[in-house]
Design a protein around this ligand. Structure first.
Ligand code: UDP
Ligand code: MG
Length: 320
């Protein structure tokens, strides 16, 4: 029986997770019914190339709590979560990864904390089970992100989070293409808190984030939420100009005091200075290009994703 008015919506992006889905479905089903409240589970198939879609569809046709939103290709985790937000009907929306790194059993804790009147409840992974380089990278990213965006969160990467529907509505109304949901949500939320949650190793398969994808995500984060990089380039450019002027004074003084021989060897100093400026200029240009490119992307107002079909039990497949 389809649920008309769920209280909790659970949103899960799925990208090539066929090995994890059976256990996820099992544990999630138990955890969700254990909440004792009406719920729905929204899976977004983010262009998986394995069997994930058929596993999800089969589960959704059997269980009226489940909805499967199927993308026509891979648009990335955040786009997938957005699609889940758009489809969600619950007062409380919980996001979760499909690889069982976020135990579904912790959903109850998040919902209970939300009920104390918070708009967003984040979570901090205890004993995080990830490769060392990911942990160190996250430490740095968390620090930089808090200082750049001014949003104080201790664990941005953890997607096991709960949002009130009003915050979700505002998020859906933010039509920017490159974004990072935890930071965006916290900017709109009135009361935010964090709870500690368990973290497990990825059950099966590999992380869908390569180093390059992580760098891209961090770059998105820096440039979509802050103008600091642009300002930093300006400051660096200004400081180097001052230094260059000082160097010129030294060079001229050396030439006058020690004669032409000194100046000839000084030419190399000049070379290094010139190359340094070229670096600064190119860096600044690249950065400007990055922001301009982003403006171009945003003004086109392309949709974030394309949905091929939505599957619910008891309903014929909806096609768009
Ligand atoms: N994911 C997705 N689209 C992508 C990459 C990842 O929907 O392009 C999903 C993935 O299936 C998982 C979640 O996002 O449910 C987190 O991905 P992953 O576990 O690979 O990230 P990590 O835990 O390494 O940060
Ligand atoms: Mg993971």
């Amino acid at each position: 029986m389809p649920q008309n008015c769920p209280y909790v919506s659970i949103v899960i992006p799925v990208f090539n997770e066929e090995e994890n889905l059976p256990e996820l479905l099992d544990r999630l089903g138990k955890a969700a019914s254990g909440l004792g409240k009406p719920y729905e589970i929204i899976f977004i198939n983010d262009g998986s190339r394995d069997n994930s879609l058929s596993i999800l569809k089969e589960a959704a046709l059997k269980d009226g709590h489940m909805v499967v939103v199927d993308f026509n290709r891979n648009y990335g985790q955040h786009a997938a979560v957005f699609a889940g937000f758009e489809a969600s009907k619950g007062e409380i929306v919980v996001t979760l990864d499909a690889d069982l790194q976020n135990p579904p059993e912790e959903i109850g804790k998040l919902v209970a904390t939300m009920e104390q009147g918070y708009d967003v409840v984040g979570s901090v992974r205890q004993n995080r089970q990830d490769p060392l380089f990911r942990k160190i990278a996250s430490k740095i990213i968390n620090k930089v992100t808090s200082s750049v965006t001014g949003v104080q969160l201790s664990d941005y990467g953890c997607m096991l989070r709960a949002y009130r529907s009003s915050v979700v509505k505002t998020l859906c109304a933010s039509k920017e293409i490159s974004t990072f949901i935890p930071v965006l949500a916290d900017m709109f939320a009135g009361r935010v808190t964090e709870v500690p949650v368990a973290h497990a190793e990825r059950m099966k398969g590999e992380s869908k984030y390569s180093v390059w994808k992580l760098v891209k995500l961090q770059f998105d984060l820096m440039t979509s939420f802050s103008l600091l990089p642009l300002r930093a380039t300006m400051v660096i450019g200004f400081a180097t100009s001052i230094l260059a002027m000082a160097a010129a004074v030294v060079l001229i003084a050396g030439r006058l005091l020690f004669g032409p021989a000194w100046a000839v060897s000084g030419i190399f100093t000049l070379f290094s200075a010139v190359f340094f400026f070229m670096g600064v200029i190119l860096f600044g240009l690249g950065l400007l290009g990055e922001y301009t490119g982003r403006i171009y992307q945003e003004v086109r107002r392309r949709p974030r994703y394309v949905i091929r079909q939505t599957v619910r039990s008891g309903e014929a497949e909806e096609r768009r």
